[in-house]
Design a protein around this ligand. Structure first.
Ligand code: DSN
Length: 418
């Protein structure tokens, strides 16, 4: 019996309810096409590290400077993860302790800004993230935030607006990065603006970390002063995050992460991050990322052909936003209809959305997870047609029910690999 089988048996014996929930989620993932742009399937090696005995170890501090004894092994793990992150992204310093992207972003704020400092970030409604200054997030409550957005006609980041606002507002920090923006981000242009106004530049590559690692999206290094990212989206690692910076800011970032934002690091997650960074240096990872973008482009084209507009008219990345205003359906309705066909998406606001964020007029579609399970352009075009069939049908519920067996067949033909 291998370790994970023993673990499953132990969980079944100790807590059959949780064991059943875990098994049910595994079945759900196998039987659904996951098109949530921020999700992926990380594989057995990453899960093995995440589920390892390292979860038992407290290690507040950093390698060789811990507050706890017995850290000699986890020190090796953290050094490996940080060294691989530096190598992968060509960074001078890497902090691999943030539990999630929000904590990574918070660490940069805490390290570099006083409360009340001005921050220029992308508005959530136009594709930014909660931590880029949303009024109900710490970023919008502790700091004075001004937001830029995308140009109405093109759907692209309005760099002239960013420039104008930076000159008018004189922010201390500018944030480049997004959660639902499908086009290449010009980090060099952001840096030119930041330099002109004397602001720090933070690039949040949470979504595109895998693309950047593989050279499929231009790197924000060396343009940005700080780069934050997550390890579980396109990077296909464990749930977690990291901060990269130049050596001159290393001490401030490290003490902002711990004790500023977090206490004990999750050493099991850091071990899995090390595995993910190592995996991302392999040639097959580059091919995977190229395929992620190719499948995303193929799906976006079908949507447009089928009369479902895509914000910005296409994609350069792993995701795109479908604008449903034309067919009158809300994002929430679309999510539920597609779910009935075992296709999983998230509802998403589109720029200048007339609907509330809980309703939305769009859905976001991403291809990292379906590419991991081996689906290529041909199958992805088919999936895009199924989505369009459902969203444009006279009876969408009936259409979703009719298509479900075909989705199941495709899932069965392409099991999630270990
Ligand atoms: N929740 C993530 C996403 O779906 O984009 C961002 O943190």
């Amino acid at each position: 019996m291998c370790e994970s089988e023993a673990g499953r048996a132990a969980l079944r014996a100790l807590d059959p309810q949780v064991a059943e929930a875990v098994a049910a989620e595994a079945r759900r993932q196998q039987q659904h096409l996951g098109l949530i742009a921020s999700e992926n399937h990380c594989g057995a090696a990453i899960r093995e590290a995440t589920g390892s005995v390292l979860t038992d170890k407290y290690a507040e501090g950093y390698p060789d400077e811990r507050y706890y004894g017995g850290c000699e092994v986890v020190d090796v793990v953290e050094r490996l993860a940080a060294q691989r992150a530096r190598q992968l992204f060509d960074a001078e310093h890497a902090n691999v302790q943030p539990h999630a992207g929000s904590q990574a972003n918070m660490a940069v704020y805490i390290a570099m800004l006083r409360p009340g400092a001005k921050v220029l970030g992308m508005s959530l409604a136009h594709g930014g993230h909660l931590t880029h200054g949303h009024s109900r997030n710490f970023s919008g409550q502790i700091y004075e935030v001004v937001s830029y957005g995308i140009e109405q006609g093109t759907g692209l980041i309005d760099y002239d607006q960013v420039h104008r606002m930076a000159l008018q507002q004189n922010p201390a920090l500018i944030i480049a990065g997004a959660s639902s923006y499908s086009r290449t981000i010009d980090f060099e242009a952001f840096n030119d603006i930041a330099q002109e106004v004397g602001a720090y530049l933070m690039a949040d590559i949470a979504h595109i970390a895998g693309l950047v690692a593989a050279g499929v999206h231009p790197s924000p290094l060396p343009h940005a002063d700080f780069v934050t990212g997550t390890t579980h989206k396109t990077l296909r690692g464990p749930r977690g995050a990291f901060v990269l910076c130049r050596q001159e800011f290393a001490g401030r970032i490290d003490s902002a992460v711990m004790p500023g934002v977090q206490g004990g690091p999750f050493m099991h997650a850091i071990a899995a991050k090390a595995v993910a960074f190592g995996q991302a240096m392999r040639p097959e990872f580059k091919q995977y990322q190229q395929q992620v973008v190719a499948t995303s482009r193929a799906m976006a084209r079908v949507m447009i052909e089928r009369g479902l507009p895509v914000v910005s008219g296409g994609t350069d990345t792993h995701m795109f936003l479908v604008d449903l205003t034309g067919n009158g359906m809300s994002g929430r309705e679309a999510l539920h209809l597609l779910a009935a066909a075992n296709i999983t998406v998230n509802k998403n606001t589109i720029p200048n959305d007339p609907r509330k964020p809980t309703e939305t007029s769009g859905i976001r579609i991403g291809t990292p997870a379906i590419t991991t399970r081996g689906l290529r352009e041909e199958e992805c075009r088919k999936i895009a047609h199924w989505i369009a069939d459902i969203l444009t049908a006279r009876d969408p519920e009936e259409e979703a029910g009719a298509l479900r067996p075909r989705v199941l067949e495709m899932c069965e033909a392409h099991p999630i690999p270990d």
